[in-house]
Design a protein around this ligand. Structure first.
Ligand SMILES: Nc1ncnc2c1ncn2[C@@H]1O[C@H](COP(=O)(O)OP(=O)(O)OP(=O)(O)O)[C@@H](O)[C@H]1O
Length: 741
């Protein structure tokens, strides 16, 4: 840490005379300003070092300060999970977005673009320069390669016909693409019986045809090498994929792999597939009308793989290396890869995954495009779905939107499927649904996408679903209405001690009655598993305790989620308050670091132990040696992993965790903590996606500790990640429109 005497004084710098460098004016020498921006947390130390390093690639002429500034801005964008720097987004009078500007750019966007193109270190797409300037965006070469390669792979896959289906569905192009094989259609009909649809899950088009989008999604995945099935929680993504896998298993044995970005998400995918198989088996057994095929279906159902692994495990981690064992030169051995929670996959990871996919293989991406974008750079799933977004601008009407009536707009105000004529006809032949109204002149990628919009988990009129929908639409009036209706599924806890007009600081959290109510709730919720542990200790008999898996399951019923890590209302502060409250209630004895019942979350990967960033475990008595406390984890395959606490990689307490880390998990009850008086930096984290993700982690009850003002403002801030991927995927005449931010 820099001592206070060494700190730069922003005010003295402001008072200084502007130094004119032609293209830019600075209030001090640029290295000094970089230091100031780092102190003010506008840049990370890495951003500053990157800019200084890059300065060596430019002669010390009058243009050098501009070059260094652009490098600092680019690095700042990458640190904020953007893939590139969009030149048009730079604010010339205050490029660093400071309270008081220390730097001004005196060039028009056109002149800035021209200057940039003259820099030695900057090249055009395809050149071997450290920085690439492409269509108004400045990239690190590596990120440009990630983006162009991911776009090219997705476009190639979306234009390719899945090989496994070619065997069964032959398309006769001379006879207007009629599907010859009726077997597949009849199997689809059997798995998606029309009478299974309830009114609320149907969408009528103007011809009153009824569309079961799960069936359409299955048919899409049967014919395309790439299919993307998106939708909110409980919209039936796993159910759809299970039926798809069943159909594939009926025909041929294939190497199918299921993966998710984190261990927790992989474990949940495994559980969901198992549950979905069990439900399907029940349905098949109950439907006599499936008749002769019934046994075939049930046999094939048994063959559907259940085990899911992490993306890292699939690609083969090489310890102490950023590279994986599988890559373009050593592709994965599989025919079909299913990636769940695809919204969590960042751009570099998607690049590595697509590079390692064998040429013949098919890819299915499952996820919720409305959730928080990945922790690292990019928003790949959102960019893939960008072309389905209905433009908000009334001057740009939706193509072929005459089939949408008001009712539908209320149900699905944001998105719309868009198929080529050929694909609409093919899907119609397979499913029997009239999809002509969805024909649109967009790139082929649209043919690979299917969005499920009806949640089977949240009842339409219950609180969690209503609130999640209103937040997702950033509908402030709707949000207010839901809270005012006071549904049983929702609880609001108001921060009672806000900043007073005269005070600069938030009042003591200890006096915050909202926080105290949350702590009471936490004691009640966590009290269940803790009392079971204490009971066994008091009786000196582990046999009186539920099983370890059961204890972990009970702990996982409830979780506090925070928007940020630090501060009183971040993970660090809330964990301390909860620890204190549980100790006061005599539920825990935190006298030592690893005490009975302490939940921990792992913060780094340890491949030897098989523990990964985000894994959550509990400190419990070892069933084999009750006098010993061990960290217990349930792995993705359902097995139990015990680790000596002293051997744990870096970790922290986990009564509360960040919303980011909760992605891919679900809990019966969730409490979200929003800070009462966010700083500028904290506001950047408080987005609609964050609030939506937190709400949709809850299955039965959602509590929010916050203020109306913060909840509403957060719910109306939409994440914008600078990226050129959406443009590359969706521009008909490549890279000229600007779908992406
Ligand atoms: N067409 C349907 N009709 C009735 N119930 C359905 C239908 N599709 C799914 N469900 C039910 O909805 C619940 C959620 O389904 P599923 O797990 O497939 O959704 P999901 O989108 O994968 O959820 P998540 O986002 O949590 O992974 C399950 O109980 C399932 O049985």
């Amino acid at each position: 840490m820099m001592r206070s005497t060494q700190r730069l004084n922003a005010h003295s710098l402001t008072a200084a005379k502007w130094i004119d460098h032609g293209a830019i004016q600075l209030s001090a020498a640029l290295p000094e300003l970089l230091k100031l921006w780092e102190q003010e947390r506008l840049l990370t130390p890495l951003d500053r070092h990157f800019a200084l390093q890059m300065s060596q690639l430019h002669p010390s002429d009058g243009q050098q300060p501009l070059f260094i500034l652009l490098c600092a801005l680019l690095s700042q964008q990458l640190s904020s999970q953007h893939s590139c720097l969009v030149l048009a987004h730079i604010m010339p009078l205050n490029p660093m977005a400071e309270q008081t500007s220390h730097c001004k750019i005196s060039l028009s966007l056109e002149a800035l673009t021209q200057s940039l193109q003259t820099f030695d270190a900057v090249g055009i797409a395809g050149s071997n320069k450290p920085l690439i300037f492409d269509n108004g965006r400045l990239y690190l070469q590596r990120y440009h390669q990630f983006e162009t390669s991911v776009a090219a792979s997705l476009i190639r896959l979306s234009g390719a016909v899945s090989e496994h289906v070619l065997e069964h569905v032959s398309v006769d192009t001379h006879a207007q693409d009629q599907i010859k094989d009726t077997k597949l259609r009849s199997r689809l009909d059997q798995l998606f019986p029309a009478n299974a649809l309830a009114d609320h899950e149907l969408i009528n088009n103007e011809n009153a045809a009824i569309i079961d989008w799960q069936k359409v999604a299955t048919a899409t995945a049967l014919g395309k090498k790439l299919s993307v099935i998106t939708g909110g929680p409980g919209t039936g993504k796993t159910t759809t994929v299970t039926k798809l896998l069943l159909l594939l298993q009926m025909e041929s044995m294939q190497e199918i792999r299921l993966v998710a970005p984190t261990g927790k998400a992989a474990a949940r995918l495994s559980e969901s597939i198992k549950a979905s198989k069990a439900r399907l088996a029940k349905e098949l057994n109950a439907h006599a009308d499936i008749g002769a095929n019934n046994q075939d279906f049930l046999t094939a159902l048994g063959r559907i793989p259940e085990e899911a692994s992490t993306l890292h495990r699939l690609l083969g981690v090489i310890p102490n290396s950023a590279h994986f064992r599988h890559h373009q030169g050593n592709p994965l051995r599989l025919d079909l890869l299913i990636v769940d929670e695809a919204s969590m996959v960042d751009l570099p990871m998607m690049y590595k995954l697509l590079s390692a996919l064998p040429k013949h293989a098919s890819l299915i991406l499952l996820g919720d495009q409305d959730q928080l974008a990945s922790v690292e750079a990019g928003a790949v799933l959102a960019d893939i779905c960008a072309g389905l977004k209905i433009p908000a601008d009334p001057n740009h009407p939706i193509p072929n939107n005459n089939f949408l009536n008001n009712n539908e707009l209320n149900k699905s105000p944001q998105w719309q499927m868009r198929y080529s004529k050929e694909q609409a006809e093919r899907l119609c032949a397979l499913t029997g649904f009239e999809l002509t109204p969805y024909i649109s002149d967009v790139p082929k990628l649209g043919d690979s996408l299917c969005m499920l919009m009806h949640s089977h988990r949240f009842k339409g009129d219950a609180g969690i679903g209503l609130l999640a929908n209103a937040v997702n639409r950033a509908d402030l009036q709707g949000i207010m209405q839901v809270w005012q209706q006071g549904p049983a599924e929702l609880s609001w806890l108001e921060h009672s001690m806000l900043v007073s007009q005269t005070q600069a600081k938030v009042n003591e959290p200890a006096n915050n009655t909202g926080l105290n109510l949350l702590l009471e709730q936490a004691c009640n919720q966590y009290g269940d598993y803790l009392r079971a542990l204490n009971h066994a200790v008091d009786n000196n008999d582990l046999g009186t305790r539920p099983s370890t898996a059961d204890i972990i399951e009970r702990f996982n019923q409830y979780r506090i989620l925070c928007a940020m890590r630090s501060g009183d209302y971040g993970v660090e502060g809330i964990n301390q308050y909860v620890t204190q409250a549980l100790a006061n209630a005599k539920l825990i004895k935190p006298l030592q670091e690893f005490y009975l019942g302490r939940p921990i979350i792992i913060q780094s990967n340890d491949y030897n132990l098989g523990l990964f960033n985000g894994d959550i475990g509990l400190i419990l008595q070892d069933e084999d040696k009750p006098e010993r406390l061990m960290a217990h984890f349930i792995k993705a395959d359902g097995s139990l992993l015990k680790v000596l606490p002293a051997r744990l990689p870096s970790h922290e307490t986990c009564y509360a965790m960040t919303v980011h880390k909760s992605q891919g998990s679900e809990f019966s009850r969730v409490a979200l903590v929003l800070p009462p008086n966010p700083s500028l930096a904290q506001w950047q984290l408080l987005t609609k996606e964050l609030v939506y993700t937190a709400i949709t982690r809850a299955k039965t009850h959602f509590t929010c500790l916050g203020t109306q003002q913060v909840f509403e403002r957060a719910s109306s801030q939409v994440t914008q990640r600078a990226s050129g991927l959406a443009d590359r995927l969706w521009s008909n005449n490549s890279q000229t429109s600007s779908l992406a931010s």
